[in-house]
Design a protein around this ligand. Structure first.
Ligand SMILES: C[S@@+](CC[C@H](N)C(=O)[O-])C[C@H]1O[C@@H](n2cnc3c(N)ncnc32)[C@H](O)[C@@H]1O
Length: 484
């Protein structure tokens, strides 16, 4: 049955104000400020193309030149990936030490194998929720064998010594990581690479999403239910919770600053009208993103027949409603009520569906073992006496990248072309969660910067089929030429 959202009816006019597209002037101003606050020159965002906003070159870029490093607006590490990598919850850098990364991973894997007897509870509905194939492979491995037969467990106590930093691996001092800073709220769930990342995350959203002991017990219990539901269904709900929390916190800051001003000048209280203007201001970063309702824009999975499309889309809507009710129970704020409507929740998730990039951060564990492998005789043999049993315990997948999904404010303004002049991707040297855009060929000043949303080497029909999920048919020069 179609979910009915009472907030949608009660706050219809505020919701439509939040969802009305920003004017070209607002767009230009917002991105101009964003680019200057980052000290970023060389590109601008304009709305004068055929496909809404686009990113344009304000200078020439040579082939291979860095066009942009784009810090994320919000991002999340996939829940299963948290078992494999310990990263800063704000900038996604690997933290702790090589020993901690390895010891923790072996410990968590053993724990999971013991607990689940090899069967992960997430499998049932995950296939349409953005889990990539490497997660699936990992799962299959866990399901069939618990711990892979090829892996040879380490002697008792070694894993613990690695985790506690009592066992130092040879040459690991060449791969020092920043120490793990625990969440100041005491949730024990998230760690950071520095106090500044911890504070930035706290101010941005974690203040509302922390399940630490200091939080109100009822709110904490509700949050844990929301997180469990997201972990069992789709990580994208955590990302939506971060987006809503950050909007609420920005709203409170704007209102507090205004109240402070009014107290100074002894004027009357903040009216409702003013509150909506604060909400619109707080919502600005999300208002800029291209969005449609999640259940309307999510791609139909291969295993769902087109005759079942309506019921699939309804299922997705129900799932979003279920998640929203859990989030509302945890962090509802009456002054920001429209944010808890299904319409807004659906549009936020739809924005991620249409714009997000995979978040990938290369693991220092891989660099470490490659370094050992490159040592020369007799240092290599000496080191391998210690590292080989560890490699045997880790198995073939001895090193796993940090994987997740994130929304990048500038990269998400880039339009698609099947013959793009730039590429958005992670390079081996990228050690944090920023998106990197590199010129794929010479880009002349004034040209629009385009990336490919799909594998541009696919045949014409396959490219168009994939792009249909983004709601358009590509008419780039390559498509026009290849169209039958
Ligand atoms: C990631 S956003 C790109 C920025 C977008 N133009 C905006 O205004 O925010 C993706 C959306 O832009 C539009 N778009 C991007 N490339 C396009 C193209 N080559 N042809 C038609 N529409 C395109 C589609 O609506 C697509 O869903």
């Amino acid at each position: 049955m179609e979910p009915v959202c009472p907030i949608g009816l009660a706050c219809a006019s505020e919701i439509s104000a939040l969802l009305s597209p920003p004017s070209p002037l607002q767009v230009q101003e917002y991105y101009h400020n964003l680019l200057s606050s980052r000290g970023c020159s060389g590109i601008s965002v304009k709305q004068d193309g055929n496909f809404g906003k686009g990113v344009y070159a304000d200078m020439d870029f040579k082939e291979g030149e860095l066009v942009l490093k784009d810090p994320m607006f919000v991002g999340v590490q996939h829940s299963l990936n948290k078992i494999d990598c310990l990263v800063c919850s704000f900038c996604f850098r690997f933290i702790g030490s090589i020993e901690l990364q390895i010891g923790r991973r072996l410990y968590m894997k053993q724990l999971r194998a013991n607990e689940s007897h090899g069967c992960d509870v997430r499998n049932s509905s995950q296939h349409f929720h953005g889990m990539d194939s490497s997660d699936e492979e990992e799962n299959t491995q866990q399901c069939t064998s618990g711990i892979s037969k090829t892996k040879i467990p380490l002697p008792e106590g070694v894993v613990e010594s690695l985790m506690k930093g009592q066992l130092m691996l040879p040459c690991s001092e060449k791969f020092t990581l920043l120490p793990a800073v625990p969440c100041p709220g005491g949730c024990g769930e998230v760690y950071y690479c520095s106090m500044s990342c911890a504070e930035a995350d706290w101010e941005s959203s974690h203040l509302l999403l922390c399940t630490g002991e200091s939080s109100d017990p009822a709110r904490r219990e509700a949050l844990l239910k929301f997180i469990k539901h997201a972990n069992e269904t789709n990580d994208i709900f955590i990302l939506a919770a971060k987006a809503i929390s950050s909007t609420i916190l920005r709203y409170r800051k704007l209102k507090a600053a205004s109240l402070e001003k009014q107290v100074k000048h002894d004027t009357s209280c903040v009216s409702n009208h003013r509150s909506l203007s604060f909400l619109l201001e707080a919502w600005r970063p999300i208002s800029m993103g291209h969005k449609r309702r999640w259940w309307d824009c999510i791609a139909l999975p291969d295993d769902v027949d087109s005759s079942d499309e309506a019921s699939f889309r309804l299922q997705i809507k129900e799932l979003a409603f279920e998640s929203l009710q859990l989030l509302k129970a945890a962090i509802f704020d009456k002054e920001c009520e429209p944010l808890f409507s299904l319409e807004i929740y659906g549009h936020i998730i739809g924005m991620f569906e249409l714009n997000n990039l995979d978040l990938v951060v290369a693991s220092p564990v891989e660099d470490y073992f490659l370094y050992i492998d490159d040592l020369t005789h007799p240092n290599k043999e000496e080191a391998e006496k210690i590292t080989q049993p560890i490699l045997d315990a880790l198995g073939e997948d001895y090193s796993i990248c940090c994987e997740g999904t994130a929304f990048f404010p500038l990269q998400s303004c880039m339009n698609h072309s099947c013959c793009p002049n730039a590429k958005a991707f992670k390079r081996d040297e990228d050690k944090d969660g920023q998106a990197t855009i590199i010129a794929h060929r010479f880009i002349r000043k004034g040209e629009e910067i385009t990336i490919s949303y799909v594998d541009e080497d696919l045949p014409f029909e396959e490219r168009q089929a994939s792009l249909a999920d983004y709601g358009f048919r590509c008419r780039c020069p390559k498509c026009i030429e290849e169209e039958p």
